[in-house]
Design a binder for this molecule. Structure first.
Ligand code: NAP
Length: 349
């Protein structure tokens, strides 16, 4: 086992004089499309006292960026029009005027979609000090693995022998939720949007059963797959999948509301079946999760995830495009379900 405290499998990266930046050109309506962004080139910036300069190597594409770019109801300020697109990245510190941040350190944080960022420590989500491939650090030790682990264990609280249902089961978060649920002794059922991903759920992420929610009769398959009911539903989609799953929850079941991928727009607020009676009669606990509320738990969660990875108990899949020109279309591509694993954009060259 590699015992160094640095990421491994480092891809090549250069330190150009220019800084390519993906800017938010206009406020998106619903899911951000490539034309909502513009790429500009500016001179490479320099750090000022108390800050450091980071060279981004992988840009992360995340469904949350749709909310960050829009003016719809959200938990954070919308990205400014004409400003760099808010984004998670992994990079290396190449210059520093902060004595606590060293040149050569690898950091994961909110350094935005650009080659270089001048940032202070408030933007760091994690200092990468584990001997895992850099791309795996961006996924398993990034918000995808952390969300899967923290939301499932803190809010889903699965017990060994319980039945766990997961939507977007083959996605970056969902793939980890299925694997962690199995490691914790649950019987796992996955829902995803195409047959190849269904196969991947079964063969790679260890789901006991998996179904294509677009073609299966969801009511019938959940009746068969969870005859005693679902104890924990880890929901990344909301919408019709949630409406059906609710009616298969076991008494005292827990629903973790982690994402709402199936709703294209929250303005106007969509209508649907009334669900409060199901929550009441089944004595359900329905909790919302935002990973940034758990910053003080990241290190502890990352230790556990890294240990599972190094012991070969968990796999981490990344879907990597090369070149910053892939960034503007990356969020739309996620919502079209085109990614197989965590969507990353490599911009080191
Ligand atoms: N609350 C938090 O703090 C937090 C943090 C991280 C992520 N999340 C949420 O976790 C979820 C998964 O994120 P991720 O990064 O792992 O992305 P992902 O699952 O790798 O990619 C998004 C997936 O959403 C599915 N999808 C898109 N449109 C859909 C629709 N109309 N109905 C049902 N499914 C649809 C697609 O999967 P299929 O092909 O299977 O349909 C697509 O691959 C997202 O909802 C995200 O917002 C929440």
């Amino acid at each position: 086992m590699n015992t160094s405290n640095r990421p491994t499998d480092l891809p090549a990266f250069q330190i150009p004089d220019e800084n390519r930046r993906v800017l938010l050109a206009r406020r998106p309506l619903g899911i951000p499309q490539p034309d909502d962004f513009a790429i500009e080139t500016a001179p490479r910036p320099s750090p000022t006292p108390g800050t450091f300069l980071i060279r981004n190597i992988y840009l992360s594409a995340d469904p949350a960026q749709r909310g960050w770019a829009s003016a719809e109801a959200n938990y954070s300020e919308p990205v400014a029009i004409g400003g760099p697109m808010r984004g998670l990245t992994v990079g290396i510190v190449v210059d520093s005027m902060d004595p606590e941040v060293s040149v050569g350190e690898f950091l994961y944080g909110l350094f935005d979609w650009q080659d270089f960022a001048v940032a202070d420590r408030s933007k760091i989500l994690m200092r990468l000090r584990k001997p895992l491939p850099l791309q795996v650090c961006t996924n398993l030790l990034g918000i995808n693995g952390l969300t899967a682990y923290l939301a499932l264990t803190e809010l889903g609280r699965p017990q060994s022998g319980e039945t766990l249902l997961v939507s977007t089961a083959a996605g970056a978060v969902g793939g980890f939720v299925g694997q962690i649920g199995r490691l914790l002794g649950c019987r796992t059922i996955g829902l995803t949007g195409d047959d190849a991903k269904v196969e991947r759920c079964r063969t790679r992420y260890g789901y006991a059963e998996a179904f294509n929610y677009k073609t299966a009769d969801l009511n019938a398959v959940l009746n068969d797959a969870a005859p005693q009911g679902i104890d924990v539903y880890f929901d990344n989609t909301g919408g019709p999948i949630l409406d059906t799953a609710l009616r298969h929850m076991a008494r005292g079941g827990r629903i973790v509301q982690c994402g709402t991928a199936s709703t294209a727009s929250w303005n106007p607020v969509p209508t649907g079946p009334r669900n409060e009676r199901e929550v009441l009669t089944r004595r359900l606990v329905w909790s919302g999760f935002i990973v940034f509320d758990y910053l003080d738990r990241f290190e502890q969660a990352a230790d556990r995830l890294a240990e599972w990875y190094l012991d070969g108990k968990i796999v981490s899949d990344e879907d990597i495009s090369e070149g910053i020109e892939h960034a503007p279309g990356a969020i739309a591509s996620l919502y079209a379900g085109k990614n197989v694993g965590k969507k990353l954009i490599y911009i080191g060259r």
